[in-house]
Ligand binder design. Structure first.
Ligand code: PLP
Length: 409
């Protein structure tokens, strides 16, 4: 007799499966454009100088230890994390309208957001996701039994934002639905609304009283500037454009290069009026969720990030590191676009590569072309055609351009 009669083996996770194929490929000239992790110009993982210095400072300090954190997380980290995303002069912060909880990076924040909204939100619990979106969004919420729906985002013909489709869905969704927005550096398309487009979108979201979840996994990574990359969030909050609850899921995985340390936070702004008792209730419920799921958040990464954020010299170093990472990626975008559109005269228009921002480019390559890139050229990217531009460098960009040219013709 089987105790698990319905169980079936699932295919490997598309992204981690790709990584396994890449690792097993013996070809020396292989190129990994799959996983969204920053690589330096020699293709190596990069420990940010700010992180290195913070680690030395932390480990050398007299009170360094491995004790449990509180259930809410490391308070000096949480306080600064809220300021990073909302701004030093945030009205919501000075009015005590923000409830913060440390999470297992961005994924953990999204999960806690789902658990919290499922249990306590009394409106329409369908979560609208961009089409396409980060592959994990759907399963994070569906695993909790929440309904997900889509809003159009990427127009494949024009390789640009489907603003009309997006606005139409905001208007037609039942009042008080939940919209998940990528704060910047949209994954997988690399395409962000302009500031004017953000204003239109947020005003429509307000009219329909939709609850907004901002997924902020790439602040500082898109433009190199923390403030610029937080525009959508700060515009929605500073001027109380969105009056319904706002949830921010914040990750330090990419912008601190702390991928495996799981540093993140969820910030909930329940409304535009201060409400201390509501804040306390929310905080206690977030604590209960965390306590039952992970007991208390991991300490090491949050202490590193806190060390950076609470030391002006390290904070300045971090901001320089963000410029180093973002400008290298931008440089690679231009190099690839110029090779395709210039020297190689590859059929098609490749301007979208430089119009997009952040870690990824939605190249427009078909699954067949992507398959051939892997098989013939040892270049690995996901079948949707999304390339992690961070995987390009001066040594491989020409090879990649020539291979794209070959598979497109
Ligand atoms: N949200 C988006 C859009 C992402 O691309 C990612 C990571 O790739 C995450 C959230 C969560 O990342 P992490 O859990 O590593 O912070």
């Amino acid at each position: 007799m089987s105790y698990f009669p319905t169980i079936k083996e699932l295919p490997p996770d598309p992204l981690f499966g790709l990584k396994a194929r890449y690792n097993a490929d013996p070809r020396t000239e292989k190129v990994d454009l799959g996983i969204g992790a920053y690589r330096d110009n020699s293709g190596k993982p990069w420990i940010l100088p700010a992180v290195k210095q913070a680690e030395a400072k932390l480990i050398g300090s007299a009170d360094y230890n491995h004790e449990y954190l509180s259930i809410s997380g490391f308070e000096p980290f949480l306080k600064q994390a809220a300021k990073v995303i909302l701004g030093d002069n945030s009205k919501a912060l000075s009015e005590n309208r923000v409830v913060s909880q440390q999470s297992l990076s961005g994924t953990g924040a999204l999960h806690v957001a789902g658990v919290f909204l499922k249990e306590f939100y009394n409106g329409q619990k369908t979560i609208y996701l961009s089409k396409p979106t980060w592959a994990n969004h759907k399963q994070i919420f569906e695993n909790l039994g929440l309904e997900v729906a889509n809003y159009p985002y990427w127009n494949n013909d024009t390789k640009s934002l489907d603003l009309k489709g997006f606005l139409d869905t905001i208007k037609s969704a039942p009042t008080g639905s939940i919209f998940l927005l990528h704060a910047c550096a949209h994954n997988p398309t690399g395409l962000d609304p302009t500031q004017d487009e953000w204003k239109q979108l947020l005003h429509e979201l307000d009219i329909k009283k939709h609850v907004v979840i901002f997924d902020s996994a790439y602040q500082g990574f898109a433009s190199g500037n923390l403030e610029k990359d937080a525009f959508s969030i700060r515009y929605a909050i500073d001027q109380s454009i969105i009056k319904t609850p706002i949830v921010i899921c914040q990750s330090f995985a990419k912008n601190c290069g702390m991928y495996g340390e799981r540093v993140g936070a969820i910030h909930i702004i329940p409304g535009v009026e201060p409400n201390e008792s509501l804040n306390k209730a929310i905080k206690s419920q977030l604590n209960k969720i965390i306590r039952s799921e992970i007991s208390n958040p991991p300490a090491y990464g949050s202490k590193i990030v806190s060390t950076i954020l609470n030391d002006p010299t390290l904070r300045k170093q971090w901001e320089d590191d963000l410029v180093t990472m973002s400008s290298r990626i931008i440089k690679m975008r231009y190099k690839l676009r110029d090779l395709l559109s210039g020297e190689l005269q590859t059929p098609g228009n490749w301007d979208h590569i430089t119009n997009q921002t952040g870690m990824f480019s939605f190249t427009g390559l078909t699954p067949d072309m992507v398959g051939r890139l892997e098989k013939v050229h040892a270049i690995y990217l996901v079948s949707s055609g999304r390339a992690s531009v961070a995987g390009l460098n001066d040594n491989n960009v020409e090879k990649v351009a020539k291979a794209i040219d070959e598979v497109v013709r």
